[in-house]
Design a protein around this ligand. Sequence first.
Ligand SMILES: Nc1ncnc2c1ncn2[C@@H]1O[C@H](COP(=O)(O)OP(=O)(O)OP(=O)(O)O)[C@@H](O)[C@H]1O
Ligand SMILES: O=P(O)(O)OC[C@H]1O[C@H](OP(=O)(O)OP(=O)(O)O)[C@H](O)[C@@H]1O
Ligand SMILES: O=C(O)c1cccnc1
Ligand SMILES: [Mg+2]
Length: 565
Amino acid sequence: MGEEAAAAAANGLNGGSPGRAVGGPTNPMVTPLLTDLYQFTMAYAYWKAGKHQERAVFDLFFRKNPFGGEYTIFAGLEECIRFIANFKITEEEISFLMQCLPPSCEDGFFDYLRELDCSDVEVYAIPEGSVVFPKVPLLRVEGPIAVVQLLETPFVNLINYASLVTTNAARHRFVAGKSKSLLEFGLRRAQGPDGGIGASKYCYMGGFDATSNVAAGKLFGIPLRGTHSHAFVSSYMNIDEIAEKSLCSSNGSTTCEDFVSLVQSWLGKIQRSKPLHGIFGETNQSELAAFTSYALAFPTNFLALVDTYDVMRSGIPNFCAVALALHSLGYKAVGIRLDSGDLAYLSCQARQFFGSVEKEFGVPDFGKTTITASNDLNEETLDALNKQGHEVDAYGIGTYLVTCYAQAALGCVFKLVEINNQPRIKLSEDVSKVSIPCKKRSYRLYGKEGYPLLDIMIGENEPPPKVGERILCRHPFNESKRANVVPQHVEELLKCYWPGLSGKQREELPPLEELRERCMKQLDQMRPDHMRRLNPTPYKVSVSAKLYDFIHFLWLNEAPVGELE
Ligand SMILES: Nc1ncnc2c1ncn2[C@@H]1O[C@H](COP(=O)(O)OP(=O)(O)OP(=O)(O)O)[C@@H](O)[C@H]1O
Ligand SMILES: O=P(O)(O)OC[C@H]1O[C@H](OP(=O)(O)OP(=O)(O)O)[C@H](O)[C@@H]1O
Ligand SMILES: O=C(O)c1cccnc1
Ligand SMILES: [Mg+2]
């Protein structure tokens, strides 16, 4: 740490911003060089023209909600703040940049880069974990144009996937329902290590209960959960492999010297029982060996993967034999995992079997034994299971969740909206791609029933909407779409997360648990028709009458008039 940085840390400052010191990005690959080359070439051109210190305002926003839905969850803000709080180009990186840029680039530019940090940058953002909508800035970044330009790529990178996968997780939670456990099992299928770590963090934010990813558990304190794999089951050849057979009872009062025989005697009882008789004959003994061995290792956490050989003819009766043996020693088995076949049918069959065991052997709550399902699950399969009726208590979801298979990217963009207090606009043939100019404020207006009605953007110096006061809200580009709103509650969306030299109070970065709670609460607050999977109602995003007029004035001003011959 350099002298200045050390002094800043000692004062609880980072880059001149008051508040608790902010640690570095989770991924050490997130450095100032994690940007596109053109950001550095533009920075040079700004510097060469003496324009690099001009004050610019950029908005970071997306244009369309993902997954065919009408909402998105905003995530990735903390990592952006961690990045700018520690933004410093090292001498080694400067040397590399000298090689990348043309030899004609003057040394003075590299001296400028050496001194560069984000102390003069201001970042206003919607709190992480919020429900957000297209066109409304998630971030408003102000500062000297050259440095803010360098932030474009890392900011968009840090927010795009984070928001996409959080939204994906929230959508899975919505279909699964609140009572089900959702376990993220995607690490092996994620797009590399960063994809895996990010997926675990943001799926938790979006409403998952736990992850199998141990590193994510350590980094973020996410609850860790897991079962075992088919390899564990098929690694056993027969029951004689188990050498250490003794198991102490749960209260420590007795020791069963031969747990294997106890399991076998319970299997015999299940086989001889009238109500269960006929469902199965001989079960697979190597599977029984695997389950018994696992129970000996984890008597208080016994959970078995039951589909290696045959779910109903082997896996379930073998599981029950081990679970009943554990029960006779005072333990309670956790449950089973199904990883193939018709999960609706098999979960119902398994539940029925557990119910019969409960009755037959008088084991309280055995019928409620947890059933976990996995195997290429996604929103559609969860929805199909709901429609068919099932008995699954927990889902382990990997590939479709973490790779965001249903949509490759969110498509966040970073657009210049003002320079030197002059509003700027980006035009496009496609109206939805026209940017909304000006340094703006955004508000969420709530109606009588407590639901958010719409988001409105206004010019920075316009008076904010007030509770009980009618305000005209206009579609930014469609003249005929407008509505008068009398809000019952008004929430300003952009808060100061990095004050630069403005002297404003900086919002603290809440722990992940709090972001998750915010996300759950916000989703609960939404009007149900915006949330439904099929043909959801679009949420309205609007601008004030004054901003509407200004957008269209600037549009006409900037767009050349065509000539027809
Ligand atoms: N009841 C159900 N309704 C709709 N989809 C289901 C149901 N049960 C399972 N699925 C899904 O159907 C797919 C079944 O996958 P697949 O055809 O590969 O069979 P499998 O059960 O995995 O067979 P295998 O034993 O060969 O692995 C998975 O995506 C799973 O999530
Ligand atoms: O199915 P996903 O949603 O990606 O969830 C994770 C999967 O990973 C594991 O097995 P893996 O897929 O590695 O092997 P398997 O399909 O042969 O069981 C597990 O059994 C799940 O099926
Ligand atoms: O713990 C599990 O069951 C698990 C973990 C990762 C992937 N598949 C399954
Ligand atoms: Mg699989």
